[in-house]
Ligand binder design. Structure first.
Ligand code: Y39
Ligand code: FE
Ligand code: FE
Ligand code: FE
Length: 229
């Protein structure tokens, strides 16, 4: 692992800042969409409304934190790039919400997107500038609690959710792989390796599926959909 303090990452170089304008935007846009998604989930799950509104507020705090990280490096986030980056996953969430498919919404936001965030933030922390590292360390703790919310709800409702989860996994896991391919080069410029992102994502996601109630055999089968992206 490369550590920022010991390596020669030049946070002020144009190459670094150019890559940061896209990665920082992805994170800002991701946090904004996560905020909106938890508000939508609060409507769909009125019995856990207060908890979900609390999670949505955490997401908007995360967004403010990452906006500060961009400002600190004097980088302007490329939000148009970021909206395009999330558009397919975003549309799938919107479509599912419109149909009242709460299980699909939870799989997209609380499992897939949260695992993606945890993988990205874990890989970023060791190579971040000091300012961004402190912010990201605080954020990643929250993301584990968001993932936990999804796991607990889906575990409690596993039998009636299983088929929809498998379907939603088949439709959405390949999208994450395509997203990873689109950021691979910029992530590398920030000293984050795609292999490490994939590894961390699959560990988190596999553990989540296991906690919900899927067997190892199910998890292997479901994970294979990532590979065909
Ligand atoms: O739940 C959340 O806060 C998730 C919205 C945030 C998503 C962050 C996605 C990060 C992907 C970055 C890819 C960098 C290699
Ligand atoms: Fe967040
Ligand atoms: Fe989150
Ligand atoms: Fe490398």
């Amino acid at each position: 692992m490369q550590l920022a303090a010991e390596s020669k990452i030049d946070f002020q170089s144009e190459i670094y800042k150019d890559a940061y304008s896209r990665i920082n935007a992805i994170v800002i846009e991701g946090e904004q969409e996560a905020y909106e998604n938890y508000i939508k989930l609060a409507e769909l799950l009125p019995e856990t409304k207060d908890e979900l509104i609390r999670l949505s507020k955490m997401e908007s705090r995360h967004k403010k934190g990452f906006e500060a990280c961009g400002r600190n490096l004097q980088v302007t986030p490329d939000l148009e790039f970021a909206r395009e980056f999330f558009s397919t996953l975003h549309q799938n969430f919107q479509d599912a919400a419109a149909e009242g498919k709460v299980v699909t919404c939870l799989l997209i936001q609380s499992l897939i997107i949260e695992c993606f965030a945890i993988a990205a933030y874990n890989c970023y922390i060791p190579v971040a500038d000091d300012f961004a590292r402190k912010i990201t360390e605080g954020v990643v703790k929250d993301e584990y609690s968001h993932l936990n919310f999804g796991e607990v709800w889906l575990k409690e409702n596993f039998i009636q959710s299983k088929a929809e989860l498998e379907d939603a996994n088949r439709q959405n896991l390949p999208i994450v792989w395509r997203m990873l391919n689109k950021v691979e080069k910029d992530a590398h410029t920030l000293a984050m390796e795609k292999e490490a992102l994939v590894e961390d994502f699959m560990i988190q996601y596999g553990e989540a599926l296991s906690n919900i109630g899927f067997t190892t055999r199910d998890i292997m089968r479901m994970s294979a959909y990532g590979l065909t992206a």
